[in-house]
Structure formats: structure tokens, C-alpha cells
Write a protein that binds this ligand. Structure first.
Ligand code: MN3
Length: 199
């Protein structure tokens, strides 16, 4: 069963003015679509074709000969996760259990936000910043290119794409401005709460 490109969970204009229709059209319809289609082509007729994409990502991780397939699998998954990590009128503070756990594990929401911004800003080149559950503890991590916390046995709760294609049309070289906006206006805490509850 091929992995299907999901439709965006909101309209292409829904994140404006923070992320433009143009960015979402290129990012979803071109970049994400290409990862999905290349992944499906690569696993067609193999054992991985019938497995959930998470299993394919774990099976392909660290296999140098299959690095291209791993990259497309992980990027297909990462982007679906990223769309859900944002919502119109998002941002602000989490509530409930997640808010308490952020305070317990980071010291305060502000300290979490600082760690997340630093992870995004200091990821050299292309990659991702994440909030993950690592064992019983929340952590902020960053990954290079397509890499994904699933391969470290961590449970992703939230992600932010810091590849230039995610922000360049709207923010040009000002990655820190995109990151600030992601946290203050876009982040979908409901999604992170659901992922924590399911972990
Ligand atoms: Mn991207």
C-alpha cells in the first residue's frame, strides 16, 4: 500500500500572514509530494511496501546503501508531522498535563521556548527542531537533513522544519524570525498534547 500524500489540515491561505499560500503550495505540493512519490517508487515491489512508513524509516536507518530511500521516507513522514504541528491562530502556551510536564522537565515554559529556538537557529544547514519524549523526559532535539527521532526510540511530539524552503519566500535569510513566529503564532499545542497522551 503506497504512502499517500495527505492533504494539508487547513487551507493554503490559513497560516497567512505568517506563512504564505505560495510557501505552502511549493512546500506541500512540490517538496512533500516529491518525497512521497520517490519513497513509493523506491519501495515498490519490496517488503517495505506493505509496512507502515514508521517501520520503513526504522528499517532503513543507518543503511548507507539505502540512504536515498531513508531520506525520502523520513521526509514524507516529517512533513506530515510538521503540517499538524501548526494551525491557524496557534502559538502561545500549552495547557494541562503537557504544560505541567514542560515546567517539570525544562524548569519553565520560557526555558523550553529558549531551547527550541536555539535548536532551530543552530541547526547548521537543513534539518528539523523537535520536542520529543525520551523515556519519561521531554527533550528538545535537532536533526540534520531528513533525520527523525523515531530512529532514536524517541516519541516526537512536535516539529519545526528549518530547511530554507520552509521559510525563505516569507522570511528570506531571517530564520530566527520564522522560528519566533512559529512559536508565537503557529504552533499547534493540541497536536503535541495528543501525541503525549498516545505515547
Ligand atoms: Mn520541508
Amino acid at each position: 500500500m503506497a504512502y499517500e500524500l495527505p492533504t494539508l489540515p487547513y487551507d493554503y491561505t490559513a497560516l497567512e500572514p505568517h506563512i504564505s499560500k505560495s510557501t505552502l503550495e511549493f512546500h506541500h505540493d512540490k517538496h512533500h509530494a516529491a518525497y512521497v512519490s520517490k519513497f513509493n517508487d523506491a519501495v515498490k515491489g519490496t517488503d517495505l511496501e506493505s509496512q507502515p512508513i514508521e517501520a520503513a524509516i526504522k528499517a532503513l536507518a543507518g543503511n548507507a546503501e539505502k540512504a536515498g530511500t531513508f531520506n525520502n521516507a523520513a521526509q514524507a513522514w516529517n512533513h506530515t508531522f510538521y503540517w499538524n504541528s501548526m494551525k491557524p491562530n496557534g502559538g502561545g502556551m500549552p495547557t494541562g498535563e503537557l504544560a505541567k510536564k514542560i515546567e517539570a522537565d525544562f524548569g519553565s515554559f520560557e526555558k523550553f521556548a529558549e531551547a527550541f529556538k536555539t535548536a532551530g537557529a543552530t541547526q547548521f544547514g537543513s534539518g528539523w527542531a523537535w520536542l520529543v519524549l525520551d523515556g519519561d523526559t521531554l527533550r528538545v532535539t535537532k536533526t540534520l537533513n531528513a533525520d527523525n527521532p523515531l530512529t532514536n526510540n524517541q516519541v516526537p511530539l512536535l516539529t519545526m522544519d528549518v530547511w530554507e524552503h520552509a521559510y525563505y519566500l516569507d522570511y528570506q535569510n531571517k530564520r530566527p524570525d520564522y522560528i519566533e513566529t512559529f512559536l508565537s503564532k503557529l504552533v499547534n499545542w493540541d497536536f503535541a498534547v495528543q501525541n503525549l497522551a498516545a505515547a
